[in-house]
Design a protein. Structure first.
Length: 394
């Protein structure tokens, strides 16, 4: 079976760039209403930016990973909430394309179907006649106000009493949704909580995760021909999830540079902030940090592309380095944003100034469990010393 390679799609990146200013105009609305503005959602749909990991036979674009992360970074340059929502739709679409092909025909019958999902193993699935009963509670369902389907992880209870991770695809309408997304940052993502109570999941709509993750055995036959589905989930997830941080840091730099010409440094003789050495140092260091963040993100992306093209298996150390890179990308980007926010002075704390929102958004992003830099450094250190990585999510 020949491999269908993913192609670069600079036109998709250009489409995302073209939406940045429109997205920025709605950033305040996103914060107030805690979900995406309908015009923004329509623009993402019309420009096919939510189809990057929908199978090609259903109208998906399936570009290479560099295109995916660049699109997400550009959307996040407009508003971190929009970038993160695209992350969720992209990852959940990819996951849902792992179920058997017959189920996918129903899932993707609507060409503009939207997904949300969570990798929380906070539910349980028990075998029953013709399928499974799903129970549980899942938080952080980004994009749930706009989604029709959900990809949920759960522990599948085996007859011998053991459990193993599984992926279930269900309709959002069959879940209990709680509007509890009241947060410090990424407010516009609509990341509400969902719950299932004795929800029947038919056979073929739930798949075991470990055979896919460890052995590359996919329930889908048609998508197995594509390079895009030849990557381990965690490595794909960390690359996509780190991308918004790059866009947010770039946006912070833009906003800082826009403000500098009109500012002085209070309680000093600097009537022009642009003449102060401290500003030069802050700006130079922020640019350096953003460059470092880009390096770490693109190193993960390049390795993903190379591995998926060759079919070569990932070593534990390579996975740990990739986790480190993703954490470093987000960490360096956050450091840059914090530095720029400090340099912007007290007037930047007003709600109409983008820097304060960007700083809150990237602070929330860095707290994501798979991105937190210190945890990822610990994992890499353990692996280098010959210890177990202390996580199943590698």
């Amino acid at each position: 079976m020949s491999l269908i390679m993913s192609q670069s799609r600079p036109d998709l990146v250009s489409r995302a760039t073209g939406l940045v200013e429109m997205i920025r105009k709605h950033a305040g609305w996103h914060e107030e209403h805690r979900e995406l503005h309908p015009d923004v959602l329509d623009a993402l749909t019309e420009n096919e930016l939510l189809k990057m990991r929908i199978p090609a036979r259903y109208g998906g674009s399936v570009p290479d990973m560099r295109t995916v992360v660049d699109v997400i970074a550009e959307l996040a340059r407009g508003d971190g909430s929009v970038g993160w929502t695209c992350v969720s739709f992209t990852m959940a679409s990819w996951l849902s394309s792992l179920v058997p092909d017959a189920a996918q025909d129903e899932i993707w019958a609507d060409p503009d179907v939207r997904f949300c999902g969570s990798v929380e193993l906070s539910g349980f699935a028990e075998p029953t006649e013709g399928g499974y009963l799903l129970n549980g509670n899942w938080h952080f369902q980004t994009g749930s106000p706009h989604a029709t389907w959900v990809a949920h992880f759960a522990v599948l209870k085996n007859p011998d009493g053991t459990g193993e991770p599984a992926l279930a695809v269900v309709r959002l309408a069959d879940l209990i949704v709680t509007d509890d997304w009241h947060t410090a940052g990424l407010r516009g993502t609509g990341s509400r909580s969902t719950a299932a109570k004795d929800l029947f999941v038919p056979e073929g709509w739930l798949v075991r995760v470990l055979p896919m993750a460890l052995e590359g055995k996919l329930e889908t036959k048609l998508n197995a021909e594509y390079q895009a589905w030849r990557v381990p989930f965690m490595q794909m997830a960390i690359a996509v999830a780190a991308a918004p941080a790059i866009g947010m840091a770039r946006a912070a730099l833009e906003n800082f540079l826009e403000r500098v010409p009109n500012r002085k440094i209070t309680y000093t003789h600097y009537d022009r902030q642009s003449e102060a050495p401290v500003t030069h140092l802050q700006l130079g260091e922020a640019i350096q940090l953003i460059s470092e963040a880009e390096f770490h993100l693109y190193r993960v992306v390049d390795l993903l592309e190379a591995k998926s093209a060759s079919g070569e298996a990932w070593t534990v150390e390579e996975k740990a380095v990739a986790r480190m890179d993703a954490g470093a990308a987000v960490g360096r980007a956050k450091q840059a944003v914090d530095l720029l926010a400090d340099g912007a002075g007290a007037s930047s704390i007003y709600s109409h100034v983008p820097l304060q929102r960007i700083q809150r958004d990237i602070g929330v992003l860095q707290r994501h469990a798979i991105m937190y830099p210190k945890t990822n450094l610990e994992t890499l250190g353990r692996v280098k010393l010959g210890l177990e990585p202390n996580t199943d999510f590698l």
